[in-house]
Design a protein around this ligand. Structure first.
Ligand code: KIV
Ligand code: ZN
Length: 530
């Protein structure tokens, strides 16, 4: 039965709302934090991807979270996805979320409380009747500030069925327009989804007038399967993240759900608004920003997702791709490796290429910097592929607001020689020179960065990957730094692995500065022992 929703108007039965929580559930997992500019960039990409609802953050969590939700809401003040802020039941939480999302043209407050016996007893220390009262009071308050209110039963899949129905009924009576039942700990099986949502639809008065929603975690690797089962059981909204990032083993992956719906429309006839050809670049942007690449065999977006290695498979694919491909690589944004631009290409062609790769309008400064780096790359690299350009532009975009920049680097090394790195950084516009030796060129470079800009952090991970094949391929380096229990990942790309390493280290350093600012605002000079 079609229903009318405050943000979407008439919703037909087969319409699935794609709710993205990359910037909230995804961002709250260790190592995945993003700064304001990175979140804004990701928000743009998610909007271009066509998500219906974007959970932009948890505004009460910190001033930084509030600011980024508000900045995203401002960015979508005229149109765009519904911008959602998360809140617990406390009035202060709800008011903070309401204030953060207010500038958005379409906004949602998402309030939640635990309903399982274990969570209520151990975490909340509340009796069920007290939790029921909180459901009513939190949703009622949220409704005073937004027409579109989502209520979630945290640990819903481990909640006692009668109590779950009573909570859902209370939330609907108080004005919730979406009811979300999270599998918070990734415990459920597909048949549990069918049982829970069918039960709610059959037993709870008013359940046919609201959007039912599934939010599945991947602890048993079942998040996507559970989400599809929930759709079959009648949910109209699914919550997911790009690359499946999220708490612990992550959330259901948006790209997998969407492509399962598209590829198996025969079995699950449901529609959504995702522009599937933007999937790959959104996935790559997230990997660039967070520093976490997806595993090569990851469905849809992994490097090997459309690669055919065995002779039998290659032969089949050459005769007819559908022998071993159930969807086309192009449908999710893969392009065949082609020579895209040469060193004689001009700025206009470069801008056109960026549009074709889905970058929309890149600012003049970013375009100039990216174009300069492209020219430099085209001089050094025989063949410039689309993937090279994506790596380079993403690298430029994530650096746009960096306070520490790498401006020069020379490394002298050789057989039997102690490597020596000499470099220059710009720190808040002020030049700092550094020089150091080390156990290898990378170590010397990192020591030189510490020499130019003294700081005390631990290097937890250093990883190199090549963007394309060949000895002239760009290297994409990930550096993970730790300081006082906080982890950040930085990324850098360049044909020179040492330069890519230095960029990655400096990127991670910038992220640490942002983290410090969030917890204790202070002048940069006093923040690091410079
Ligand atoms: O997993 C969960 O229960 C959540 C809720 C806050 C929706 O993320
Ligand atoms: Zn979650």
């Amino acid at each position: 039965m079609a229903i009318t929703h405050p943000s979407f108007g008439r919703l037909d039965d087969d319409r699935i709302i794609i709710f993205d929580t990359t910037l909230r559930d995804g961002e709250q997992s260790p190592g995945f934090s993003m700064n304001l500019e990175e979140k804004l960039r990701m928000a743009e990409a998610l909007a271009e991807l066509g998500v219906d609802v974007m959970e932009a953050g948890f505004p009460i969590a910190s001033p930084g979270d509030f600011e980024s939700v508000q900045a995203i809401a401002r960015r979508f003040a005229k149109d765009g996805p519904v911008i959602c802020g998360l809140a617990r039941t406390a009035p202060a939480d709800i008011l903070r979320a309401a204030e953060a999302v207010r500038p958005a043209a379409r906004r949602r407050i998402h309030t939640f409380v635990s309903t399982s016996p274990l969570h209520m007893r151990v975490k909340l220390r509340l009796r069920p009747e007290e939790v029921l009262e909180l459901v009513t009071s939190s949703v009622s308050l949220a409704r005073q500030h937004a027409e579109d209110v989502e209520w979630s039963a945290e640990d819903g899949t481990r909640t006692e069925p009668d109590f779950l129905c009573r909570c859902v009924e209370a939330a609907i009576k108080a004005g919730a327009t979406t009811i979300n039942i999270p599998d918070t700990v990734g415990y459920a099986l597909p048949e549990d989804m069918a049982r829970i949502f069918t039960m709610i639809r059959e037993r709870v008065p008013g359940a046919d007038q609201v959007v039912l929603s599934a939010h599945n975690h991947n602890d048993l690797g079942l998040a996507v399967a559970n989400t599809l089962a929930a759709i079959r059981a009648g949910v109209r909204q699914v919550e997911s993240t790009i690359n499946g990032i999220g708490e612990r083993a992550g959330n259901a992956s948006l790209e997998e759900i969407v492509m399962a719906l598209r590829t198996r429309h025969d079995a699950i006839p449901a529609r959504n608004n995702i522009v599937t050809r933007n999937i790959l670049r959104t996935s790559r942007l997230l990997a660039t920003i967070t520093g976490f690449d997806v595993q090569p065999n990851k469905a849809i977006v992994g490097r090997n997702a459309f690669a055919h290695e065995s002779g039998i498979h290659q032969d089949g694919v050459l005769k007819d791709a559908s022998t071993y491909e159930i969807m086309t690589p192009e449908s999710v944004g893969w392009t065949t490796n082609s020579l895209v631009l040469g060193k004689h290409s001009g700025r206009a062609a470069f801008r056109d290429k960026l549009r074709a790769l889905g970058y929309g309008e890149v600012g003049d400064n970013q375009l100039n910097d990216a174009f300069r780096r492209f020219k430099d790359l085209a001089d050094r690299k025989k063949v410039v592929y689309d993937e090279d350009i994506v790596a380079l532009v993403d690298d430029e975009i994530v650096r746009d607001h960096d306070r520490v920049r790498l401006v020069a680097l020379t490394v002298a090394t050789g057989l039997g020689a102690k490597p020596m790195a000499t470099l220059a950084l710009e720190v808040d516009g002020e030049r700092r020179d550094g020089m150091a030796t080390g156990d290898g060129a990378v170590d010397a470079t990192f020591n030189a960065i510490r020499n130019a800009f003294p700081h005390d952090v631990t290097l937890k991970l250093y990883a190199v990957q090549s963007v394309t094949g060949g000895t002239d391929a760009q290297a994409r380096v990930t550096v993970r730094l730790e300081e006082g229990g906080k982890l950040v990942d930085g990324q850098g790309a360049d044909t020179d692995t040492i330069v890519a390493s230095a960029r990655a280290y400096v990127h991670a350093l910038n992220k640490l500065l942002v983290k410090r600012e969030r917890t204790a605002p202070a002048d940069l000079r006093t923040m690091l022992s410079a």
